[in-house]
Design a binder for this molecule. Sequence first.
Ligand code: MN
Length: 168
Amino acid sequence: MKLLVMSDTHGDAEVIKQVREANQNVDAIIHCGDSELAFDHPYLEGIRKVRGNCDQDNRFPKEDLFEVEGIKVFVAHGHLLNVKSTIMNLLYRAQEVEANVAFFGHSHVLGAELVDNILFVNPGSLLKPRGIAEKSYVVVEFANHNWNVTAYNDKGEEIFTNSYEITE
Ligand code: MN
């Protein structure tokens, strides 16, 4: 199971198109909000997407929950869960909906961690990264109780890769 995750593109539609074209072999594409595009923008077609604090279009849902190959995926921009301060509220919400993985954005800080057997991933920003110089997105794979998270810059060059093992 392979997911392409991006966030906080803040009006740059072309980078969404470019990253999608470079990663066509995925089971789902996720945008964690603040695209600042219309909900029905053609470059967002077929993407699981949520509303960020900068998104004007109220057709975006505030959060999303769906299943891919038995894995429950939760998506929220994060501003309503105060993720710039702590992931605790996001953790509680992810536990509540029994998610296996939670994707969020808002802080523009690239990162991944496993907490309480739930994988939390912020793909960073493809427009204004914070903490690192590079614009980023993430590809997440799950197989054999193992998450593999690989972050790339906007040119498709690898920034880091990490594995996280789920305990039964
Ligand atoms: Mn935001």
